[in-house]
Design a protein around this ligand. Structure first.
Ligand SMILES: *Cc1c(COP(=O)(O)O)cnc(C)c1O
Length: 422
């Protein structure tokens, strides 16, 4: 499909979307675990990172777990979600936000997105409470490290007596009105997956201000062993605790969190500057109230500058056009030069696995509209009144945001992307 608007030199080695950035300290803490033989889910690295994260985020208790997804699962279980119970969830997010609802037998209802931060729309959330009056739990993500409209979402949830589970997996270190994300919900989750702003290669954490809650999660996460001389079990358990070796990597990364954020911010600003005369915008944030961690820089192509693009369930087609482009063309062009970009996370309400679940936009039930467009095969064409999640998915993409990318490399990437609009 590539029509070769301009030719560039291939990048060697490959430029990644967001790869782990190690500093040397990590291996030292791994060695301590090895030498002291705490090669287990108990040890000093675990205790230390739990304290460090409490201090950083401003919560009382942190429980280190094997993954962010495990922490979300524990949060949904803590919320007491029962079989068949409906739970509101962000729509434009990674599916680990919603899957844990289903692990507990709950039914996610997806809430449309707003254009100001690309997160859960508080207006659509209010609408959802009108339709589903008995919902008591809301799972809110901060996409790409940008805090959502937290005050508004809290106000809606308080009005309807619903609790918030915060999915801060992508937003570690981001603040809203001076407060860290991961400190706003009743149960909060972070992740140390390999592509996140800091990493343990894997891992996650549940954050809370309630000691009983923290103790309960520690117990559940270690197979729910009772305090008895033998293996005694009164409730269902999980093997979700973090390894002390993994915790060593996290421990070595924590001192570099702010440095990573500064690098990611510089990447975002350079893109923004490099694209200022193109018909595009960057992923936006509330400049007055929030400081994102700038985990991923993203681009949104103006409607009038979109060439024709059609996406099926597994593949995408587009027709190249002078002066216009589309996410598929840009991603294919980047790939051609050995650079990794990625489509915007495909909204949950568009995922086949969640096709039967509710989806609420500002206007109310967003399902009728969605299904009609998918059936048409004309999703996202100009002039169609799309829901906002789908619109951002159609016109947006994630740019290479690796903090090891040099200024020179990024300048060349900017040129490659600019060439797509020639
Ligand atoms: C990465 C991620 C998770 C899950 O974290 P893991 O540690 O990979 O299990 C959850 N939610 C969002 C939004 C994420 O990006």
């Amino acid at each position: 499909m590539f029509t070769g608007k301009r030719k560039f030199k291939k990048f060697e080695p490959k430029i990644w979307l967001s790869s782990p950035t190690m500093h040397g300290l990590e291996i030292e803490y791994i060695k301590v675990a090895y030498k002291t033989n705490w090669m287990s889910t108990v040890g000093a690295n675990i205790n230390e990172i739990e304290k460090m994260l409490c201090n950083k985020i401003g919560c009382k208790y942190a429980v280190a777990l094997s993954a962010g997804t495990a922490s979300l699962h524990m949060a949904v279980k803590l919320a007491g979600v029962k079989f068949g119970q409906k739970v509101f969830s962000s729509d434009l997010t990674f599916d680990a936000t919603a899957n844990p609802i289903v692990y507990e037998g709950g039914v996610p209802i997806f809430i449309d997105t707003e254009y100001d931060t690309w997160n859960m729309d508080p207006v659509a959330l209010e609408k959802a409470f009108e339709i589903y009056k008995d919902v008591k739990v809301v799972v809110v993500a901060h996409l790409y490290g940008t805090p959502g409209k937290i005050d508004e979402i809290i106000a809606v949830c308080e009005k309807h007596h619903a609790m918030i589970i915060e999915d801060a997996a992508e937003s570690l270190g981001a603040t809203y009105k001076g407060r860290q994300t991961g400190a706003f919900g009743l149960y909060n989750c972070i992740s140390f997956n390999g592509n996140k702003i800091i990493t343990g290669s894997a891992g996650g954490m549940l954050l809370t201000d309630n000691k009983e809650v923290a103790d309960k999660v520690r117990k559940w996460a270690t197979q729910s062993r009772e305090n008895a001389p033998w293996y005694q079990h009164e409730e269902l358990g999980y093997n979700y605790r973090m390894s002390n070796v993994i915790a060593g990597v996290v421990r070595g990364q924590i001192p570099y969190l702010e440095e990573h954020i500064a690098q990611k911010r510089a990447i975002y600003e350079r893109y923004k500057d490099g694209f200022k005369d193109l018909p595009v915008t960057m992923n936006p944030y509330d400049v007055k109230n929030s400081k994102p961690n700038f985990w991923l820089s993203c681009l949104l192509i103006n409607k009038e500058a979109m060439c024709k693009q059609v996406r099926g369930e597994q593949e995408a087609l587009y027709i190249s056009e002078q002066g216009k482009s589309c996410p598929t063309e840009i991603l294919e062009t980047l790939a051609k030069y050995n650079v990794e970009g990625r489509p915007i996370w495909k909204p949950m309400h568009m995922q086949p696995i969640y096709r039967m679940n509710g989806f609420v936009t500002r206007e109310g039930n967003g399902r009728a509209k969605t299904n009609a467009y998918i059936a048409d095969g004309v999703v996202g064409q100009d002039g169609k009144p799309l829901d906002i999640s789908m619109d951002i998915f159609q016109r947006g993409l994630c740019l290479p945001s690796d903090n090891k990318m040099t200024v020179e490399q990024q300048d060349r990437i900017i040129e490659v992307i600019r060439s797509c609009f020639e």
